[in-house]
Design a protein around this ligand. Structure first.
Ligand code: PMP
Ligand code: GLU
Length: 397
């Protein structure tokens, strides 16, 4: 079959693919420990589920406005005001089918051939593909572990050309867990304002942050940078609601209107009763969010310590999110039964087959020396999975 050119090089999401692969092996009865997709292992808090069930019972099972119901928009507006010190009105926010869909809408509404979008590596797997689908060109900057895996103001400025339209910032970051402090955000904002570059600020992990400073939305630094910022967030990670598919965007009215048109011709509204659950997630008690974060923190401390104790390994201490991004390149070039492990893809396959552990290769995040492990799984699994990794590594010579 002849398919459209735009899909000829389109890659599936590596993280979801690993999840599917590990799931299929489990279904065959193979005992796999999954450090693959980033999906909190906790149940959605009860009060949120109850709100969605109540909505179903009340008959809220019909189309809603394309850009989301007003109670959810109002809850988002109140949240952005309360937690991020940002003021938006209803015409400046929009609900989509997950943050990924929000990012897709943004790319379709803003970008086209001839434009460049800067993506700091290591980056989340979907950014380059979403940009390519729009016809624009992703331009990568690299950040080393020594730089804390963060974009520097200098590297940002150096990557800018006359075609640069936007920068994608994601903090706390997937896959590194790194996050920006006020100084760096101010520096980035200053450069963006000077060159008139939009910032797509993906803040989906903002509530999973272990630092003693709070998450800072770059849009809150000044009115000028707010005008250039498209803030992306969603309920998947903070409230363990990955399957509900509720994400949102806040930005200029003109952009929101264009995205609304795209959504009205593609998905229509996000699921009606999921939106009602979303209202309760944002307006209701945040106790469960804090409990989940504390559990993630314990796991992070354990996993970072264990990985750093393994021979030849180094593991950056993430400030947030639920991923670690340890460096495995010490083992590249080593052999297993005569076969060389050359890169992160070989290492991922080796760990899956020999170690029965699913991880995601660093190359899919633009950093081949590394592997990503999600610690959104139980402490018991983490302990067992790390034992398996340690044992598998000792078999390499
Ligand atoms: N941004 C980042 C950085 C992510 O890790 C994810 C995880 N899927 C998303 C966006 C999209 O999340 P969702 O579509 O589930 O809201
Ligand atoms: N964002 C998660 C991850 O990176 C979920 C998978 C996906 O949406 O690609 O693992």
């Amino acid at each position: 079959m002849r398919l459209a050119k735009r899909v000829s090089t389109l890659k599936p999401s590596a993280t979801l693919e690993i999840n599917a692969k590990a799931g299929a092996m489990k279904a065959e009865g193979i005992d796999i420990i999954g450090f693959g997709a980033g999906e909190p292992d906790f149940d959605t808090p009860e009060h949120i589920k109850k709100a969605a069930i109540d909505a179903l019972k009340k008959g809220y099972t019909k189309y809603t406005p394309v850009s989301g119901i007003n109670p959810l928009k109002d809850a988002i507006i109140a949240k952005l005001q309360r937690e991020n010190r940002l003021t938006y009105n209803r015409e400046e926010v929009m609900v989509s089918c997950g943050a990924k869909h929000a990012l897709y809408n943004i790319a379709q509404a803003m970008f086209e051939e001839g434009m460049e979008v800067i993506i700091p590596a290591p980056y989340w797997v979907s950014y380059p593909e979403l940009i390519l689908l729009s016809g624009a060109t992703p331009v990568f900057t690299d950040a080393t572990e020594e730089e804390g895996f963060l974009l520097t103001v200098e590297k940002f400025e150096r990557a800018i050309t006359s075609r640069t339209r936007a920068l994608i910032l994601n903090y706390p970051s997937n896959p590194t867990g790194a996050t920006y402090d006020l100084d760096t955000l101010e520096g980035i904002a200053e450069v963006a304002i000077r060159h008139n570059i939009f910032i797509i600020s993906d803040e989906i992990y903002e509530k999973i942050l272990y630092t003693d400073f709070h998450h800072i939305s770059i849009a809150s630094l000044s009115n000028k940078i707010k005008e250039l910022t498209i803030l992306v967030n969603g309920l998947s990670k903070a409230y363990s609601m990955t399957g509900w598919r509720i994400g949102y965007v806040a930005g200029q009215k003109e952009l929101i209107t264009a995205m609304n048109n795209i959504q009205s011709q593609s998905t229509s509204n996000p699921t009606s009763f999921a939106q009602y659950g979303g209202v309760d997630a944002l307006n209701g008690s945040q106790d469960e969010v804090l409990k989940m974060r504390e559990e993630f923190r314990k796991r992070r401390d354990y996993i970072v310590r264990r990985l750093n104790m393994m021979k030849g390994m180094s593991c950056f201490n993430p400030a947030g999110a639920f991923y670690v991004f340890p460096k495995f390149s010490h083992y590249y070039g080593k052999l297993f039964k005569g076969h060389p492990i050359k890169n992160s893809i070989d290492m991922t396959e080796y760990l899956l087959k020999e170690g029965r552990v699913a991880v995601v290769p660093g190359i899919t995040f633009g950093a081949d020396d590394y592997l990503r492990l999600s610690y959104a799984t139980s402490m018991k699994n983490i302990e067992e999975g790390l034992n398996r990794i340690e044992e598998a590594l000792t078999k390499l010579e």
